[in-house]
Design a protein around this ligand. Structure first.
Ligand code: SF4
Ligand code: FES
Length: 211
C-alpha cells in the first residue's frame, strides 16, 4: 500500500478522533460498523452513540493530558532457552489476552511474571500475536519480531475497551505522538487513561460501558 493511501486517525488535545480513508471497522464480535470517508469517533467516553462522537465533548470537555503517575515506559526482557519475550508495562492495555490464554507463561501472581520456558516457543508466539497494544514482542534465533498483522487496515472496537488499530493506520496529533508500532496499537476511548492517547487499562477499573 502506498503511503498516500494509508488511513489516518487525527486529533488534537481537545478533539475526538477523526478517522480518514479507513474502509474497515468492526465491533468486538466482528460485525462491520459504518464508516464514512471521514468518521468522528468518541474519545471522551461520554457519547450516547458510541463508538461514534455525538458532540458531547463540547459540553464535558476532553482531558487528554498524560498523568505523571502513569505506568513507566520501560522495556524488559524475559529470556528463555528458545525465545526471549519483551514486555513494556507503559504500553500495555491490560486486555488480559496473554494471562487468559497462556497462564503457565504469563502469570501476574508469580515473579518473574513471564516465564518463557514454561511452554513451547510456538505457543508463546501465537499468544504474543494476539496482544493488541504493542506491549509484547519477541526475539527468536537472534531476530526481533514486532509486527504481525497481515490484513487490511482496520479498527476493532473492543467491548467496553479501547480502539484497537491494525495495519498501519497513521496517527497524527498535535503532540507528536507515535505508537510503539503502527502495525497494532490501542487508543483510549473511555477518557480515563493516564497515558492518553493510548489505553492503559483504566477502562476496567472505571467500569467503562459502551452504553
Ligand atoms: S495488552 Fe498485551 S501484554 Fe497487556 S495484558 Fe493484553 S495481551 Fe497482555
Ligand atoms: S479505553 Fe482503556 S483506558 Fe480508556
Amino acid at each position: 500500500m502506498s503511503e498516500k493511501k494509508r488511513p489516518i486517525i487525527a486529533f488534537t488535545k481537545y478533539s475526538p478522533y477523526m478517522v480518514i480513508d479507513l474502509e474497515k471497522m468492526e465491533d468486538a464480535r466482528g460485525n462491520p460498523l459504518t464508516l464514512k470517508p471521514v468518521t468522528m469517533l468518541c474519545r471522551c467516553g461520554n457519547s450516547k452513540s458510541k463508538p461514534y462522537c455525538d458532540g458531547t465533548h463540547s459540553l464535558t470537555g476532553i482531558n487528554s493530558d498524560k498523568e505523571p503517575d502513569r505506568d513507566p515506559y520501560k522495556w524488559k526482557d524475559y529470556r528463555g532457552e528458545n525465545i526471549t519475550v519483551h514486555y513494556n508495562l507503559g504500553v500495555c492495555s491490560h486486555d488480559g489476552t496473554c494471562i487468559r490464554e497462556l497462564p503457565s507463561v504469563f502469570n501476574v501472581n508469580k515473579r518473574p511474571w513471564i516465564a518463557p520456558d514454561n511452554s513451547d516457543a510456538e505457543k508463546i508466539i501465537e499468544v504474543i500475536k494476539k496482544c493488541p497494544s504493542g506491549a509484547l514482542s519477541y526475539t527468536i534465533a537472534g531476530e526481533k519480531h514486532v509486527d504481525y498483522y497481515k490484513g487490511e487496515p482496520m479498527i476493532k472496537i473492543a467491548r467496553k475497551g479501547p480502539l484497537e488499530l491494525y495495519g498501519g493506520i497513521i496517527l497524527k496529533d498535535d503532540q507528536g505522538t507515535a505508537p510503539e508500532t503502527y502495525d497494532h496499537y490501542t487508543l483510549c476511548r473511555c477518557g480515563f487513561s493516564k497515558n492518553k492517547p493510548f489505553c492503559d487499562g483504566k477502562h476496567l477499573k472505571n467500569r467503562f460501558s459502551d452504553a
